[in-house]
Design a protein around this ligand. Structure first.
Ligand code: GTP
Ligand code: SPV
Ligand code: MN
Length: 604
């Protein structure tokens, strides 16, 4: 058989054999018109964005420099959990949180989908690094994609291009990540602004450390360094190597005495990580700096403490709800430009707008390209519309954000979106109880994933769709991390809920900048200064131990937000039982013991 000649294929700026043969193999399977090796340069960004404007995918914004609006196909707006697969060799190593298929069977199906799927398009080879490029063992990957939108987004979200390829050297290890929108073009066929395919697969081969994605151009389905690599594949690496890959923000809290605390927090998608990471505390003297808003990799340092690194270089944040009051630091970050906005609305002046942003536009172009006025029945921006912006532009970025050593974590927060039951803040009795809190975390479903919004579901450690192996083994891994450490050096674990509601559906707690009061209580607990009341579910702030000075929320609402209602908790128990039963034999006995102890404390 004669090898195909595809323009660009042989212009590889590398001699890395495994990479070269993989790129050739993919090109021969997918038959693109040409192959382009991405270098991450400004000139390349210019070329990509120009092409996307010409194709009608991007609209250049009039008001923000070097920034663009994109509208996706209306069917391609969120992660697709029911199409997400962990193809471990054995089904038991995938578990119940994602779908499983035999790897050989999946490869056979997807190989046929990939055959010729890049016809009429350019195949981009995108070297990238998750985490600092200066790490001793940088976590490298190479994404192959036929989407310019992916190239542009990866440049913001990761350390991408020549620098990553250089770190890869001649024989460095990398995660191969193959992506196609699955929309080949026939000769002369006019492209659509957002090519994609009704058939979608987001597939992981954890033993091979490999990712195959097909059919979607949306964020977490297509930017494969993010959820696919940094959570699903990395969690499997972390299990093998004794560290943690988590769906967590990382923030730096500075007290009025200039004492520094680093906090990591796991909330499910669209439940407040970005907002907490960029918090502007309302209480005087307290400051927050940001290190990450979505993913944390945590390993033990030489001093026995857990150190966190953010593998990403950009924010892919939920747009609706973001404004100068709720998240001024996000607004300042995007205002500087160099950003992509997907599925938000466009103003008549050529700027972006979304629900709850300042200004009351009389007329907009909504995310589906239709005229919009305040009388419209549908929101102008999709509820999962996003901004994609470089972290380096964040005005409160912590200077140590790019330090490969990471930052020592003092507290881990778990949290979800619950109208009832879960108190504003609740400290675990110890590490294992904290793991139980994470393991039973629950939240109302949001628009970040396709499906019914509002349904309460268990979302263990906010990782339900992101665990790359069996959830029972994942809990055991968390328990083991606690056993491996000197307990005085472990982060303390807390469970928070900003979303409890009163009888008229109002939020009982004002949230956003006021969440600084909860962070203050948390560090005062760590310092042994704040008091707490012991309840059946954990330690909650005792009267007056939460700083409420200057808060205009009625004290009765705050009390209500902190309440541990035994009857509500008894109603929660069957849901936890059901969740643990779903996990079956893989559930660690320590988690069953924690549940039994909780039942006993509740008098059940
Ligand atoms: P992903 O990027 O999907 O992982 O989400 P995230 O956890 O970073 O969520 P984000 O911070 O973007 O918040 C999502 C939504 O929750 C936004 O609409 C926010 O306005 C809202 N939100 C965030 N914090 C609070 C809060 O303290 N109180 C209330 N009521 N809403 C909040
Ligand atoms: C999430 O859904 O948790 C996100 C956005 O952070 S995505 O990149 O699509 O996963
Ligand atoms: Mn996320």
């Amino acid at each position: 058989m004669t090898a195909l000649t595809i323009p660009g294929l042989d212009q590889a700026p590398t001699t890395h054999e495994r990479l070269l043969s993989w790129v050739r193999e993919v090109a021969e399977l997918t038959t693109p018109d040409q192959v382009v090796w991405c270098d991450g340069s400004d000139a390349e960004w210019q070329r990509m964005t120009d092409r996307l404007v010409a194709a009608g995918t991007f609209t250049r914004l009039a008001d923000k420099p070097n920034s663009f609006h994109a509208a996706s196909d209306p069917s391609d707006v969120a992660r697709v959990e029911e199409r997400t697969f962990i193809c471990s060799r054995e089904a038991k190593d995938s578990g119940v949180t994602n779908n499983w298929m035999d790897p050989a069977e999946m490869k056979a199906i997807m190989t046929e989908l990939y055959r010729g799927c890049m016809r009429g398009r350019t195949m981009y080879v995108i070297p990238f690094c998750m985490g600092p490029l200066t790490a001793d063992e940088p976590k490298l990957g190479v994404e192959i994609s036929d989407s310019e939108y992916v190239v542009a987004s990866m440049r913001i979200m990761t350390r991408m291009g020549s620098a990553a390829l250089e770190r890869l050297g001649d024989d460095g290890d990398f995660v191969p990540a193959l992506h196609s929108v699955g929309a080949p073009l026939e000769p002369g066929e006019q492209d659509v602004p957002w090519p994609c395919n009704d058939t979608k697969y987001i597939t992981h081969f954890p033993e091979e450390r490999m990712i195959w994605s097909f059919g979607s151009g949306y964020g977490g389905n297509a930017l494969l360094g993010k959820k696919c690599y940094s959570l699903r594949i990395a969690s499997a690496m972390a299990r093998d190597e004794g560290w943690l890959a988590e769906h967590m923000l990382i923030l730096k809290l500075i007290s009025p005495e200039n004492k520094v605390y680093y906090v990591a927090a796991a909330f499910p998608s669209a439940c407040g990580k970005t907002n907490l990471a960029m918090l502007q505390p309302t209480i005087p003297g307290w400051k927050v700096e940001t290190l990450g808003d979505d993913i944390a990799w945590m390993r033990f340092g030489e001093d026995g403490r857990l150190y966190a690194v953010n593998p990403e270089a950009g924010f892919f944040g939920v747009a609706p709800g973001t404004n100068w009051k709720t998240n001024p630091n996000a607004m300042r970050t995007i205002e500087q430009g160099n950003s992509l906005f997907t599925n938000v609305a466009l103003t008549d002046e050529g700027d972006v707008w979304w629900e709850e942003m300042e200004g009351r536009p009389e007329h907009l172009t909504d995310w589906k390209g239709r005229d919009w006025t305040p009388e419209a029945d549908e929101p102008a921006a999709h509820p999962n519309s996003r901004y994609c912006t470089p972290m380096s532009q964040c005005p409160i970025l912590a200077p140590e954000w790019d330090d490969p050593k990471g930052v020592p974590i003092s507290a881990i927060l778990f949290g979800g979106r619950r109208k009832t039951t879960i108190p504003l803040v609740n400290e675990s009795f110890d590490w294992q109880h904290g793991v139980f809190m994470g393991a039973t975390l629950s939240s109302e479903k949001t628009a970040a994933a396709a499906g019914k919004v509002g349904e309460v579901r268990r979302d263990p450690m906010a990782m339900l769709p992101f665990i790359g192996y069996n959830v029972g083994d994942y809990f055991q891994h968390w328990v083991n991390i606690g056993k491996a450490a000197d307990s005085s050096k472990l982060p303390r674990i807390f469970y928070v809920n900003w979303f409890r509601r009163g009888d008229d559906k109002r939020f009982l707690w004002p949230g956003f900048g006021e969440n600084g009061r909860v962070l203050k209580w948390i560090v005062e607990r760590i310092e042994g200064r704040a008091t707490a009341a012991e309840t059946p579910v954990g330690m909650v702030p005792s009267a007056d131990s939460l700083d409420l000075s200057g808060l205009d929320t009625p004290a009765s609402d705050v009390d209500e937000s902190l309440k541990v209602d035994v009857e509500e908790w008894k109603a929660e128990l069957p849901l936890i039982d059901e969740w643990f039963d779903t996990i079956g034999d893989a559930l660690p006995s320590s988690m069953r013991d924690e549940l039994a102890a909780l039942k006993q404390r509740l008098g059940n």
